[in-house]
Design a protein around this ligand. Structure first.
Ligand SMILES: [Zn+2]
Length: 87
């Protein structure tokens, strides 16, 4: 088991600190173009795509957008962009 990480996000407007709930992995996919493992994560209401292979992350306003960006990690992950060039 990995240690439990508690994330704290500071609201820059109010200075208030908010503890985010544990990020939930909603979907896992292996990308066909780069072979990387891409996760769709709901991080306290913020949708993020994460490339588990290279450690890159991108935030998306909606789940639908997050899902569509799962298929294009070359755009938001430098590691995946290199894999695509190499192939
Ligand atoms: Zn990647």
């Amino acid at each position: 088991m990995e240690p439990r990480v508690i994330k704290i996000r500071q609201n820059h407007a109010t200075g208030q600190k908010v503890i985010l709930p544990d990020p939930q992995v909603i979907e896992t996919r292996e990308n066909r173009k780069t072979g990387a493992t891409i996760l769709l994560v709901n991080n306290g209401g913020v949708w993020t795509t994460t490339c588990e292979t290279h450690g890159a992350m991108a935030e998306h306003p909606t789940r639908r957008m997050g899902t569509s960006w799962m298929a294009e990690p070359m755009v938001w992950c430098a590691g995946c962009a290199e894999e695509e060039v190499a192939r």
